[in-house]
Design a protein around this ligand. Structure first.
Ligand code: ZN
Ligand code: CA
Length: 370
């Protein structure tokens, strides 16, 4: 049986540890220790070296019955800033930070659900298939840990992430692909007062391009944004160079390509009109994913939700997470909401009741996989 007190104490213990992205050493050590104490062989991969952090991903294989599908369970160890000196406070059944940092329930709550599941599986003698635990580093700074995993060593039919905000029972089954785009717009410098005719303003070129660009919500599954623009040296110099950083996302890869192409064409047209030049570099951050309504994994979730008395809501997201990467590697993954809210802010909170339900739901999911 899932135990409330154990969840409260473990959350307190984990959320107190500072674990900003690339600084997950302390929590990684604690999790390695906890898994070993439970009698499992846990190891750390070399992602830390690869991404320039002080810890790697923590991986653990819990052997099970080979006639039951194998499953990967994942949560991330890092938190966003402000996350130094975290002090979780429990008030009327709700965890909050003491006010100056995030709580770090994103994603300590997910880790706690997984650890509680492992204890319950042992205590209650629940049958299960192979369970692969993956606690990642660097999720919040670009899914770096999950990108660095050697997936050739990870066989899992299904994947369950525990990193969703919102009420327990919300399950993300569709997510977008994202391109990050760097653009350099180059004109020609000239004295703005003496001979402006000789200059080509990169600022005007960028402005012209952006004025023609479709941005914001493009359609039901596509978004685009120019997030950063930098350039210019002085008012008396025609600006020679502007650098921009943008993104486009879509749950449809073709629409993502079209939007990215459209953004490029706007800059090209501006360069043509003004006689300058542009460099446009788009790189894929992560692939889109979509789990079909009729998939066996959805049937398992429905079954588990019913047994746990949880209202199942299948939803799409506009964000990206480790789940995108793992789906891209061929593991069929969904992301469960663990009850956290106001994430990435000092107002972040989560109720103990939700954490208990999250663990109960996870236990039922494992039970339903047969
Ligand atoms: Zn998260
Ligand atoms: Ca997050």
């Amino acid at each position: 049986m899932v135990k409330r007190d154990r969840i409260v104490n473990e959350f307190m213990e984990l959320a107190r540890i500072d674990s900003l992205s690339k600084n997950e050493r302390q929590i990684a050590d604690l999790l390695l220790h906890k898994l070993e104490e439970m009698g499992y062989v846990a190891r750390e991969d070399d992602a830390g070296v690869e991404i320039g952090g002080n810890a790697g991903n923590v991986l653990c294989l819990v052997k099970g019955d080979e006639n039951i599908p194998s499953v990967l369970l994942t949560a991330h160890m890092d938190t966003v800033a402000p996350g130094i000196g975290k002090k979780p406070v429990l008030e009327n059944g709700i965890f909050k930070s003491e006010g100056s940092t995030v709580l770090g329930g994103d994603d300590a709550a997910g880790i706690v659900s997984i650890l509680e599941l492992l204890r319950v599986l042992k205590e209650d003698g629940i049958k299960h298939g192979d369970i692969r635990i993956v606690f990642t580093v660097g999720e919040e700074c670009g899914l770096l840990g999950s990108k660095a995993i050697d997936y050739s060593k990870i066989n899992a039919v299904y994947g369950i992430g525990l990193d969703g905000a919102g009420a327990v029972g919300n399950v993300t089954v569709k997510g977008p692909s994202q391109n990050t785009i760097d653009i350099e717009v180059t004109g020609r410098a000239a004295h703005a007062g003496v001979e402006p005719e000789k200059g080509i303003s990169a600022i005007q070129m960028a402005a012209y391009a952006i004025s023609m660009m479709k941005l914001g919500r493009i359609d039901g599954e596509t978004t685009a944004n120019i997030g950063i623009i930098n350039g210019g040296l002085a008012t008396n110099i025609i600006c020679e160079r502007v650098n921009l950083r943008a993104e486009a996302r879509s749950r449809d890869e073709i629409k993502l390509d079209l939007q990215t192409k459209h953004m490029k064409e706007c800059f090209e047209q501006a360069a043509f009109k003004f006689g300058g030049s542009i460099e446009f570099m788009a790189r894929k951050e992560y692939p889109a994913f979509s789990i079909d309504e009729g998939d066996q994994l959805i049937a398992i979730l429905k079954n588990a939700a019913e047994n746990a008395g949880i209202n199942l809501i299948l939803k799409a997201t506009g964000g990206g997470s480790d789940i995108n990467i793992m789906n891209g590697k061929g593991i069929k993954c969904v992301d469960l909401s663990v009850g956290m809210s106001a994430v990435h802010s000092v107002e972040e909170k989560i109720s103990v009741a939700d954490m208990v339900r999250s663990a109960e739901f996870l236990v039922e999911i494992i039970k339903a996989m047969k």
